[in-house]
Design a protein around this ligand. Structure first.
Ligand code: 3PG
Length: 211
C-alpha cells in the first residue's frame, strides 16, 4: 500500500511520516508536484521505518537529487528512457507509468518487471489492467489514480497487482490542517484492507496447490 503524498509545507514532512508509521504503513511516495516535495523527500527518508520513494520524477536530474536525499525508489507518471536508464545506472528501483501495451513492452525491453498503471481508473480500471497483464506473463503492476476505499480491495485481489497507490490516506486538506490522527486512522484502515485481502487469498492459494 503506497500513500501518494503531496506536501505544501516541508515542515509537515516528519509529522506526516510519523502519522503514516503509527497507522502501520511502511512505504510512501512523496511527489515532486510541489516545491516542498524535494525537501520532504530528504526529511521523510530519515524515518527508517518507511520505505520512501519519490514520485512525479520527470528527468534524470531529479533522480540524482532524490536518490542523494535518500529516496529508495523512483516513480514517474509515464515511461521516460532517460529516467529509467539513470535509475538503472544507480541501481534504484523505478516504476514508470504505463497504460498501453506498447509502453509495457518498452518497460519489459528495458528489463523492468514492475510498472505503474496510471491513471488507473480513467484508463479503464481493473478490467483494463487485467487485459493488459494477460500477454505480459510475470509483469506486475502498481495501479494509482482514482483508487480509494471503495475499490482498493478489487485491485489488491488481482494477482498481477504488486501494490496499490493513492492519495486517499493523505488528503491534502488533512495535511494542511495537521489532522495527523485522522491520517493515522485512514492509514490503519488501508493496512487492514490489505490484511483482509491476504487472509482471503491464502486459502485460495492453498486450494490451488492442493488441486
Ligand atoms: C498519483 O500521483 O500516483 C496519483 O495521481 C494518485 O492519484 P489519486 O490522487 O487519485 O489517488
Amino acid at each position: 500500500m503506497v500513500p501518494v503524498v503531496v506536501l505544501d509545507d516541508p515542515d509537515d514532512a516528519l509529522p506526516l511520516a510519523d502519522a503514516l508509521i503509527a497507522g502501520g504503513l511502511c512505504c510512501a511516495e512523496v511527489t515532486l508536484r510541489t516545491p516542498a516535495g524535494q525537501l520532504a523527500v530528504a526529511a521523510m527518508a530519515r524515518r527508517s521505518e518507511l520505505l520512501l520513494g519519490v514520485g512525479t520524477v520527470l528527468d534524470p536530474e531529479q533522480v540524482d537529487r532524490s536518490v542523494a536525499d535518500g529516496a529508495a525508489f523512483v516513480v514517474s507518471p509515464g515511461f521516460d528512457d532517460a529516467v529509467v536508464e539513470r535509475c538503472q545506472e544507480l541501481g534504484v528501483p523505478v516504476l514508470p507509468g504505463t497504460v498501453t501495451a506498447t509502453e509495457i513492452q518498452r518497460a519489459r525491453r528495458a528489463g523492468l518487471g514492475v510498472v505503474k498503471f496510471f491513471p488507473a481508473e480513467t484508463s479503464g480500471g481493473l478490467p483494463a489492467l487485467q487485459a493488459l497483464a494477460a500477454p505480459f506473463h510475470g509483469m506486475r503492476f502498481v495501479p494509482t489514480g482514482g483508487i480509494g476505499p471503495a475499490n482498493v480491495g478489487s485491485y489488491l485481489r488481482c494477482p498481477a497487482v504488486l501494490a496499490v497507490g493513492g492519495s486517499w490516506m493523505v488528503p491534502r486538506d488533512l495535511v494542511r490542517e495537521h489532522r495527523w490522527d485522522e491520517i493515522t486512522r485512514l492509514s490503519a484502515r488501508a493496512v487492514q484492507t490489505v490484511a483482509e485481502c491476504r487472509a482471503e487469498s491464502v486459502p485460495a492459494q492453498v486450494a490451488a496447490v492442493a488441486s
